[in-house]
Design a protein around this ligand. Sequence first.
Ligand code: I3P
Length: 109
Amino acid sequence: KNGFLVRKVHADSDGKRTPRGKRGWKTFYAILKGLILYLQKGEYRPDKQLSDEDLKNAVSIHHSLAMKASDYSKRPNVFYLRTADWRVYLFQAPNAEQMQSWITRINTV
Ligand code: I3P
């Protein structure tokens, strides 16, 4: 599954709150391949290679959990992703259908 997602990093590994200055929303083109969610920065082209920075932003979704961010009301269509090492991301999808589709895909691999 692919598509645009806007990401906010809420917690780093071990659940430590991500410090101010690193908590802003950023747009990526997301590519879910196997157990890895790749987050590609910049303009989208189908043939574009992942950069070193893109690889650093990749998220392992093995033993992760995605759920609708019902308690987050500043933006619509936001879901949480909590990883096995207790990182927490918020992702904003373009619409409710896409949000649900990402949640289902992440939780059923
Ligand atoms: C963050 C940025 C986020 C904001 C976050 C800020 O600043 O303004 O948009 O989250 O607030 O810390 P920075 O880019 O300097 O990291 P919201 O959009 O959810 O308000 P937070 O620290 O309360 O999460």
